[in-house]
Design a protein around this ligand. Structure first.
Ligand code: ZN
Length: 375
């Protein structure tokens, strides 16, 4: 009996070595809070405890991204909040700065912009963000639309490279933005563009088309091969993992974050599960987990002030739903696509990269313990 048990366990061990059990290779829902994670795309524009507290509770570090956003808080205020948050908790908080397009193309713009970037770096910035206003809104002094591959950005981009900063670029919009409402593939895009007609390009046929914006972005990435590039929101190629794979193959300096585009991935994995899973595994070193969760200042005249704990609950629900999809095999109802989505059950080693190791490598972050002791 004893011998038989030994033989049995030896053969089980041999089997396990040959074909490891898929169950042991993946995380489950209970692992969520304890696994080291970094949300590489959030916007915390308020230097209070809400975001840091929610992140601490769920085991997240944060990369907060400033945006040159005309309807948002002033850039100076966003950056000032980032300085405070980083000084308070350097082990948990990182930030990306941004620059203003005001005066673009006029004498001194490059020098002024580089000085502002240097000031942010002195306060700990690890990246610089450019937003979709470049290509879709911003114009030069002559009133001409400015695209990201414009040579007048070269002096700033060289400066970003020399400082070993990462450029995070949100260029264009989801492809749904150029489709009629009834042809859009996700509910979240449908409601966003219904509520933001200014950014709904199907209504503005004289504006640059989707492929025009993607081509300008591609020329930019090709023009700056030494620049570490992160395409925010799956580089606006969220609708096709084939197309995104071509982009990543063509530009070895490019990476992408997944922020606010998991629903577009879920549409694709519902159509071809193995294809999406194979994509995630193949490009495991080039993908960054992110959500686009945001806290903005509450206007003094606001009617409904958010209830205490509301943000922590919202963030927790988002983060857990994404974990369930990426890390586990479990299905869940996803309102954004009006369907259930089955979890990709990515191997633990892949989850560890997408959720943490890639961000640490790409943004050149010191180990959290070393950052904490500096703070
Ligand atoms: Zn964002």
């Amino acid at each position: 009996m004893f011998l038989r048990a030994l033989v049995l366990s030896a053969s089980v061990a041999a089997m396990a070595a040959a074909a490891p059990s898929p169950v042991a290779q993946t995380y489950d829902e209970a692992d969520f809070a304890r696994v080291r994670k970094l949300d590489a795309h959030v916007h915390d524009f308020v230097a209070d405890d809400r975001f840091p507290d929610a992140a601490r509770r769920d085991g997240f570090e944060l990369l907060s991204i400033a945006v040159d956003y005309p309807d948002g808080p002033p850039l100076s205020l966003e950056v000032a909040a980032a300085y405070k948050l980083l000084a308070r908790d350097p082990a948990r908080f990182q930030f990306a700065t941004a620059f203003s397009m005001k005066g673009f193309g006029t004498p001194g713009w490059t020098e002024r912009t580089n000085r502002a970037i240097d000031e942010a770096v002195a306060h700990g910035a690890v990246a610089v963000k450019v937003w979709k206003n470049i290509g879709m809104v911003a114009t030069d002094q002559a009133g001409r639309r400015v695209f990201l591959d414009d040579p007048r950005f070269d002096g700033v981009m060289r400066h970003i490279e020399d400082r070993h900063l990462v450029l995070i670029a949100h260029q264009g919009e989801p492809r749904n933005c150029w489709l009629p409402l009834d042809q859009m593939t996700t509910e979240n895009d449908r409601s966003y563009f219904r509520e933001h007609p200014r950014f709904y390009m199907f209504l503005h046929p004289n504006e640059p088309g989707y492929e025009t914006l993607m081509a300008a972005r591609d020329r930019f990435v090709a023009r700056h091969p030494r620049l570490t590039f992160v395409g925010a929101h799956m580089a606006s190629l969220e609708w096709s993992v084939d197309r995104l794979a071509q982009f990543l193959d063509r530009y070895p300096n490019a990476n992408v974050d997944l922020a606010a585009r998991l629903s577009n991935l879920q549409v694709q994995s519902n159509a071809d599960y193995e294809k999406v899973r194979a994509f995630m595994v193949k490009y495991q070193d080039r993908l960054l987990y992110g959500t686009d969760l945001k806290i903005s200042p509450t206007p003094p005249d606001a009617q409904d002030v958010p209830a205490a704990g509301a943000f922590a609950r919202e963030a927790d629900a988002f983060w857990r739903s994404d974990w369930r999809y990426l890390a586990t095999p479990l299905s869940q109802r996803v309102d954004a696509i009006g369907a259930d989505a089955r979890g990709l059950a990515l191997p633990r080693s892949v989850i560890d990269k997408i959720y943490y190791a890639n961000a640490r490598r790409i943004f050149r972050l010191a180990p959290a313990a070393a950052r904490a002791s500096k703070g």
